[in-house]
Design a protein around this ligand. Structure first.
Ligand code: ATR
Length: 272
């Protein structure tokens, strides 16, 4: 039986084993999928042992995505762009491929919810690893342009500089966001996790059609509630679909089969 696991610390609350078990059932595959919690400095030893023992793939979450990036023998372009790896795959020749499926997970979920992304004007809030991981997949999905706004403007500017060869991308702090119409606003900060909000002008929502929060909760996140207060016509969603979407893309990398994410999102939502 093909064996996989998710690596993180802490890991006990990870939904990946549940999601991959549901994918396997849906696509009539037989797999085993567990959890591994190395010590903060123990990722390399743990992952070496893991592959030596015959496991063939791993998901990697906080705080080990950079360790996984360094561990891989070869990287996909989207993993290089993200500077982080959330999916490792042992190939037939024994080499380890490092991939990053987070951006594909977001793109898949946005398309499922609100249709194609081509031509859309995007505002991304935040400039950390979560933002870096999704820029190339969003540009590849042919969005018209991306503006990154971050509390610390210099970090947004660094990201924009890094990706400007790949497409139309600009950056600013929170106080000087250009007064243009954004179609879709994505909160890439973790501010909603503790009920907080980015200190940003509510006028960004006035003419926007969609607001997406990368975090998720059983109820609407603080960012979703705020977006709807600012614009009652806006459509909102949380990041549960991105979580299931990145898992589906990993499953596809490993098994060349694409699970349907919608029924799995519904099941996982019921359990939040
Ligand atoms: P990660 O790699 O997980 O994305 P990170 O690199 O620490 O984490 O980045 C977190 C991002 O969320 C940053 O853009 C951060 O803004 P700063 O660069 O100014 O620190 C942003 N962030 C976190 N909490 C925030 C809050 N309450 N309001 C606004 N931005 C916030």
């Amino acid at each position: 039986m093909d064996r996989y696991a998710v690596f993180g610390n802490p890991i006990e609350h990870s939904k990946s084993p549940l999601i991959h078990t549901l994918f396997a059932k849906q696509t009539q595959q037989v797999i085993e999928y567990g959890r591994q919690q190395p010590d903060a400095n123990g990722f390399n030893d743990a992952i070496n042992t893991f592959f030596t023992e015959g496991f063939i793939g791993a998901n990697v979450t906080s705080p080990f995505k950079l360790d996984a990036f360094r561990f891989a023998n070869e990287l996909t372009p989207r993993a290089k762009a993200a500077e982080a790896v959330n999916t490792l795959y042992k190939r037939q020749d024994g080499s380890i491929l490092g991939d990053n499926t987070d951006g594909a997970g977001l793109v898949q979920d946005l398309q499922r919810l609100w249709g194609e992304l081509n031509g859309k004007r995007l505002l991304l809030i935040g400039a950390g690893g979560a933002t870096r991981g999704v820029i190339l997949p969003l540009l590849t999905a042919k969005v018209q342009n991306i503006h990154i706004a971050n509390r610390t403007a210099s970090k947004a500017q660094q990201l924009a500089d890094r990706f400007k060869k790949e497409g139309a991308i600009t950056a600013s702090g929170f106080n000087d966001i250009p007064e243009i119409q954004f179609d879709l606003i994505v909160n890439c900060t973790s501010s909603s996790l503790d009920g907080g909000l980015p200190e940003i002008t509510p006028s960004i929502f006035t003419n926007a059609s969609y607001a997406y929060d990368m975090t998720y909760k059983a109820q609407a996140t603080s960012f979703m509630v705020w977006a709807e207060e600012c614009n009652p016509d806006i459509r909102t969603a949380d990041g549960l679909g991105m979580l299931v979407g990145q898992a589906a893309e990993s499953f596809y990398v490993w098994r060349n089969v694409r699970p349907k994410i919608e029924p799995i999102i519904e099941i996982v939502r019921e359990m939040l």
